[in-house]
Design a protein around this ligand. Structure first.
Ligand SMILES: Cc1cc2nc3c(=O)[nH]c(=O)nc-3n(C[C@H](O)[C@H](O)[C@H](O)COP(=O)(O)OP(=O)(O)OC[C@H]3O[C@@H](n4cnc5c(N)ncnc54)[C@H](O)[C@@H]3O)c2cc1C
Length: 419
C-alpha cells in the first residue's frame, strides 16, 4: 500500500493535540491531519470533574485552542467523525471515518485515550445512571446535580477513585446528599498510599459524604421512570435519585486491534512510543509503556495522566520526525477534591518507609515515600512548594535524607542531594 505523504493522528485529546503541536514545533512540514470523535476541538479533560462541572469554567475556557489556530499551523482538524476502519503496511495506509471520509497516510499516531469501564449489574442502563469521560457527559452530570440539589436528593457514586471523589466533593459543595460506594477497603487504593487513603476518607466524611468501604453495588433499583436506589451486596438499599459510575477506565484499543498490534492492558509501545509493528506510534492513555521511572520496579505501565499525555506526545513526535528520544519523564498527577489540592510526583510502589511532613489534621501535609533509602514518590496535600521541590529533585535523580525530611520548617528544596 502506498499513499501521498501525510501524517494521521487519530484521537483529538491532549495526547493527539500535543503530538501535532510538537511535530510542527520540530519543523515538520508534512501534511498533518488530526481526527477526533468528539465534536469540540481538544480540551482540558481534567476540568470536567472540577471547574467545568462546578460551573466556574465554560467550554471556551477549557478548549486549548479555537479551530482557526489549527488552520494557522497548517493542521487539518476533523471533528465529530471517528475513524472506524484502519489498515496499513510498512509504507503507509488508509483510515475510514464513520461518515465515510477516507484518509490516506504515510505516518500514523494512535492517541485514542481511555474508555470508562461499565458496571455490569441489572439496572446499569437506566437513564440517570451516569458516567464521566467527555464534555457531553459532564453536561448531563451537571444538570443532574442541579436537579438533585433542588430536590434535596441523593447521588450515589460507585467507585472511590479520583473521578468519583472529585464529583462527590463538587456535589456536596452544591448541597447534594452523597454516598460513595467503594468495593475495596480503602479510597484511591489503586494509586495512592494507605496513609493518603485514610486522610481522604476522613476529609470526605467531614464534608458530609457517606463513604461505604468494602461495599459492592449489585443492582440499580428502578423507581417509575427513574432510579430508586442502589442495592449493595449485603442487601441494603441506599436511596438515590441518580448514580455516577466511576469504576475506572481501560485503554481504547479497537484500531490497534485492527492493525494487529500487540496489546497488554494498552497498546504496547517501546521507550520511543513505537508500537509492535515498528512503524505506528501510540501515545498517551491508550498505551502500555516500559516503566520510565529510573528507580522503578521493572515492567510496564499504563498511565492516565494529562501530564503524561503531553510528555509522551513529545516522545511520539520525535519518533515520527525521525529523531527518536527515549521517554524518561517522572510521572506526576494532581487531583482537586473540593478545596483540597493533591499533587503526586513519582509512583507509589514497593515503598518501605514513609515520612510524614506536617500535620494531616490541618489538611496541609506531605508524605514522602522511600524505597531502599531513596526518595521515589511524594504526595502533597496543599503543599505546592514541597511538590515542586520533589518533582524537580526526582527529575534530576536526586533524593532527600528521610531523617531530615519531617522538619516542615526546612524547605525541601534545600534538602535535595544526589543519591
Ligand atoms: C473526568 C476526568 C478527570 C480527570 N482528571 C485528571 C486530573 O486531575 N489529572 C490528570 O493528570 N489526569 C486527569 N484525567 C485523565 C486525563 O484527562 C487523561 O489522562 C488525558 O486526557 C489523556 O489524554 P489522551 O489524549 O491520551 O486521551 P483522551 O483525553 O481520552 O483523548 C482521546 C480522544 O480520542 C478520541 N478517540 C478515541 N477513538 C477515536 C477514533 N477511533 N477516532 C477518532 N477519535 C477517537 C476520544 O473521543 C478522545 O477525545 C481525568 C480524566 C477524566 C475523564
Amino acid at each position: 500500500m502506498s499513499a501521498q505523504r501525510a501524517t494521521l493522528v487519530v484521537g483529538a485529546g491532549q495526547a493527539g493535540l500535543e503530538t501535532v503541536t510538537a511535530l510542527r514545533d520540530l519543523g515538520d512540514t508534512e501534511r498533518l491531519v488530526l481526527v477526533g470523535e468528539e465534536p469540540v476541538p481538544p480540551y482540558d479533560r481534567p476540568t470536567l470533574s472540577k471547574g467545568y462541572l462546578a460551573g466556574s469554567q465554560r467550554v471556551s475556557d477549557i478548549v486549548f485552542h479555537p479551530e482557526p489556530w489549527f488552520a494557522q499551523r497548517d493542521i487539518e482538524l476533523v471533528l465529530g467523525d471517528p475513524v472506524t476502519v484502519i489498515e496499513r503496511d510498512i509504507a503507509g495506509g488508509r483510515a475510514t471515518t464513520a461518515s465515510g471520509r477516507v484518509l490516506e497516510f504515510t505516518r500514523l499516531a494512535l492517541a485514542t485515550g481511555s474508555v470508562n469501564r461499565r458496571l455490569e449489574v441489572p439496572g446499569a442502563d437506566l437513564e440517570t445512571v451516569l458516567d464521566l469521560r467527555a464534555l457531553a457527559d459532564a453536561d448531563r452530570l451537571a444538570a443532574a446535580l442541579d436537579r438533585l440539589a433542588r430536590d434535596s436528593a441523593r447521588l450515589v457514586v460507585i467507585g472511590g477513585g479520583f473521578i468519583g471523589l472529585e464529583v462527590a466533593a463538587d456535589a456536596r459543595a452544591k448541597g447534594v446528599e452523597v454516598t460513595v460506594v467503594e468495593a475495596t477497603d480503602r479510597l484511591l487504593g489503586r494509586v495512592v498510599s494507605p496513609e493518603l487513603s485514610d486522610f481522604y476518607l476522613g476529609a470526605h466524611r467531614r464534608r458530609g459524604s457517606e463513604v461505604l468501604l468494602g461495599s459492592t453495588a449489585t443492582r440499580i433499583v428502578p423507581d417509575g421512570d427513574g432510579i430508586g436506589g442502589v442495592e449493595l451486596g449485603d442487601g441494603r438499599v441506599v436511596e438515590a435519585a441518580a448514580v455516577l459510575v466511576a469504576v475506572g477506565a481501560s485503554a481504547r484499543t479497537e484500531l490497534a486491534e485492527q492493525l494487529g498490534l500487540d496489546i497488554a492492558g494498552g497498546i504496547v509501545v517501546d521507550e520511543h512510543a513505537r508500537a509492535s509493528d515498528g512503524v505506528t506510534v501510540a501515545v498517551g492513555d491508550c498505551t502500555s509503556l516500559p516503566n520510565p521511572y529510573t528507580r522503578g520496579a521493572p515492567g510496564r505501565l499504563r498511565l492516565e495522566s494529562a501530564q503524561h499525555a503531553s510528555d509522551h506526545a513529545r516522545t511520539a513526535a520525535s519518533t515520527l520526525a525521525g529523531t527518536p528520544a527515549a521517554y524518561t519523564s517522572v510521572p506526576w498527577f494532581w487531583s482537586d477534591q473540593g478545596e483540597l489540592r493533591l499533587q503526586i510526583s513519582g509512583l507509589y510502589a514497593d515503598i518501605d518507609r514513609t515520612v510524614v511532613r506536617g500535620d494531616p489534621a490541618t489538611e496541609q501535609f506531605t508524605l514522602l515515600h522511600y524505597r531502599a533509602g531513596l526518595l521515589v514518590a511524594a504526595e502533597c496535600v496543599g503543599t505546592r512548594q514541597d511538590h515542586i521541590a520533589v518533582k524537580r529533585g526526582l527529575d534530576k535523580g536526586m533524593t532527600i535524607d528521610p531523617d531530615a525530611a519531617a522538619d516542615a520548617s526546612v524547605p525541601l528544596k534545600r534538602l535535595l542531594t544526589p543519591p
